[in-house]
Design a protein around this ligand. Sequence first.
Ligand code: COA
Ligand code: ZN
Length: 313
Amino acid sequence: MSAKEAIHITDVAPRDGLQNQAVDVGTEGKLRLIELLVEAGLRSIEVTSFVSPKAVPQMADAAELAAQVQARFAALRTSVLVPNLKGLERAHAAGAKEIAVVLSATETMNRKNINMGLDQATEVSEQTLAAARALGLRTRAYVAVAFDCPFEGETPLDEVLRLSARMHAAAADEIVIADTIGSASPGQVKARMAALRGVVPIERLAVHLHDTRGMGVANAWAALEAGVRRFDASVGGIGGCPFAPGAAGNVATEDLVLMAERSGFSTGISLAGLLAAVDFAQGALRKPLGGRAITWLRRQRDKDTQDNTRRLA
Ligand code: COA
Ligand code: ZN
């Protein structure tokens, strides 16, 4: 029997998930969530963002958190989001080894998110990538609102291709095509990924999906079929950009893992471990969490526990 093909998942819950929550879980709460994700088998986590604390107060502890995560989980690929050179400087000072720049594919989304126009945001992203490489850091480049923009409607594919090619030319290790508001459909994902393969080598492409319209897992499957093997997801489906109206949570890590494993791919991630992380996040954020499969997954866990108890009795 041939070995299962691996897919790579980055959990973005501590950054994308927690940047928009009313309840502050504190640095200790974030560390515990990250610890549970590592225990579940995640090897790559986006832990925080070095942005203006006025823009996103939930990420004000970025330096302390990033330093603690690097010290405690040496084998983990710890990514941090930086919107500009100042963010890179702060991240580097905190010992970060991997950064992500965020370029939106429309004029208005860049202005709302990082207070720059599209041209300036592109140049700043390129400068930040070059500076990060010079420091020896691994780099990710988000191309956000790559399907639809909450302000400008459908994003022209040509723009997504042009900006992805620019990020590739700027030597980003990974180019993350983001459905920021979760409006994409599997047909669109299939078509856009086929076009993107023409400008960025497939092994450098990742997708970052949100589940606003219930199509997150179907979109992930479309990306898989198109050859993509790198995915962002958020445990419990926590997430949503505070500057993109209407954005719901990311595709849930547990849904993505279940789908991929059931379809013959290996993720290296334990569903039981993810459920422990969802339970913790639920308690910390004081609201029900979990992806589409959460009820079934919990029922399976309860059943397994009962079976084990019976066997032991
Ligand atoms: N981290 C912390 N502070 C920063 C910073 C960073 N990366 N970049 C700029 N600042 C500070 C400046 O030092 C300045 O501080 P001061 O008022 O004490 O002098 C202040 O922010 C304004 O600087 P300026 O360069 O004029 O920035 P801005 O007001 O145009 O804001 C961003 C630009 C990018 C800093 C801000 O829009 C931001 O942080 N956006 C984050 C968006 C986000 O996280 N979105 C969700 C994830 S995609
Ligand atoms: Zn997102």
